[in-house]
Design a binder for this molecule. Sequence first.
Ligand code: ADP
Length: 161
Amino acid sequence: MIGVYPGTFDPLTLGHYDIVERANKIFDELYVVIMHNNEKNTLFSTEERVDMAQNALKDFKKVKIECYSGLMVDYFNLKQADYIVRGLRAVSDFEYELQMALMNRSLESSVETLFLMTSQKYIFLSSSTVKAIASHNGDISKFVPPYVLGKITEKIKNLEE
Ligand code: ADP
């Protein structure tokens, strides 16, 4: 079984890590796909986001990190994948995720989306909150893998200079 887990991952948080850990138990191959069509709005470049994901997820042998800028259904077909994996947090994710899943299915009828529920402790965790807390020098060590913590600290320091 092949899964593709797309996202912006700006940066990868322990919430994303939690979903990868769960998906890793289900799939034989799992592609974590760093999307780069909205490059302008991201704090980290595509290369930086790929590097962070590669380092943070290096212990998962079945996981491959790739980046992509096209339509997810095209990537899905390219990989001959079985499922698109998405994480669900609070109720607020549901409408957006439902819309995306049904839109992808209407573009390509074979596309199924598999939703995995995050751990309760990550239910309100997002890349945006992590960036907001870090920009005010708050402690984000509980929310991101150690490698990402180093990179985000470095990035905020550089922006302040
Ligand atoms: P996107 O901009 O495509 O939503 P994200 O990088 O923010 O990209 O998220 C990618 C996927 O990971 C989405 O399915 C999102 O719901 C999920 N995700 C993000 N944060 C968490 C979290 N804390 N717990 C579970 N899933 C999460």
